[in-house]
Design a binder for this molecule. Sequence first.
Ligand code: ZN
Ligand code: MN
Length: 471
Amino acid sequence: MSDFETVIGLEVHIELQTESKMFCSCANRFGDPPNTNICPVCLGLPGALPRPNAAGIDAAIRMALALGCRVAKRSKFDRKNYFYPDLPKGYQISQLDEPIGADGQVEVPLGGSVRILRVQLEEDAGKLQHEAQGAVVDFNRAGVPLLEIVSAPDLRSPQEARAYWEEIRRIALALGISDARMEEGSVRADANISLRIAGSEELNPRVEIKNMNSFRFLERALAYETERQTGIYRQGGRVEQETRGWDDPRGVTFSQRSKEEAEDYRYFPEPDLLPFAIDPGHVEELRASLPELPARRRQRLVALGLQEEQVRLIAESGGRTAFFDGAMAAGGDPGEAAKWICGDLARLENDGRFDFGQPAFPAAELGELLGAVAKGELTGPGSKQVVQLLARRGGTVASAIAELGLGKIDDLEAVRAEVRQVLAEQPKAVADLAAGKQQVMGFLVGQVMRRTRGRVAPDVASRLITEEVGQ
Ligand code: ZN
Ligand code: MN
């Protein structure tokens, strides 16, 4: 029995976070009261003329460069005509044959390299909301600049497709061209999927699944489609080219539109906008200003010897990467810095008590902290208290150590006095330990830590407890 290969291509749409919309001066802002950021241009009223937003074009060029695309020297906009209630003009301004970028390639974690066919600039439609009394439309989103990134059908599994989409989103975030908020629909994807006999070059009719806004939906929908199409071929049937939707609660795709009903968009050059030249000198300036991209970040962190999970966690956020680099620059050990960033600081971030993008204390202080621990000036438990205080109030490691009275107790006899005090208060635990119950050791060390507020090294405390109890 022959095996099938899954062939997937993705069209990713990303809303750009420009000040104003793509062809008018209305604010580009999510969450405003419905239909407050609108004007004759984005509503398509007769006689209104669009003007392109240069910031949108620059963002598209930067994404094209980040994806290794060739940037067009001349580009133009086209009208894509169709009727839908969220499209007040009756057409979308998009790009047909002269997109801003073409022929790129991106390396995807797990997925190998994926060819990028095109990066084009277009405008978003309004948002249709279904309410009890019927459907209502918010046109605030109409005319918001939208990038469309089209991959070649190089993805071979739902997992690869997801990894590719996640990487495109990370690149957009690194470039700072989009807030890329999934829950606000800033990043959406259409997927096309077909199956073929493994090793064959022929492409079978494909199914398109439109407008997904969640990585999980994409993965589930593609997994379902793989199964469905496999079943049809195994029974000797034919897969019809069609558009299908994803019903997440039911976990199935369903037919929306067949090939016969496919729309003819009657594309033609946008008559209200002139073709435009893209100055190669300007493109080179933008290329020089590109930030470090996620793939390069990951390589760099791997080369420093960080663990896979640490690399993933740090590299996926520009803030965490910058914080890590800042701690390195202050002389911190990479592995130790990564432990803090992926441990205590990540937990504080999850609780909303620390923001790597706007840290309460400079990254250099993490380097200082690591130095103080390495030199034995601060114990492990003491360093945790310092980080808590710095995250809450800012300041320096030195001032936090002084304020918390955390200078390490180095005098062995002073430590022994603290240990004896604890043992005197815990006769039962002492008896258990003397009887060979090693598990109470952790408890006794903890008591010493509590008593000294973490100013004693745990291994020293443990050694002295053994000495004292062993007498
Ligand atoms: Zn407008
Ligand atoms: Mn599009």
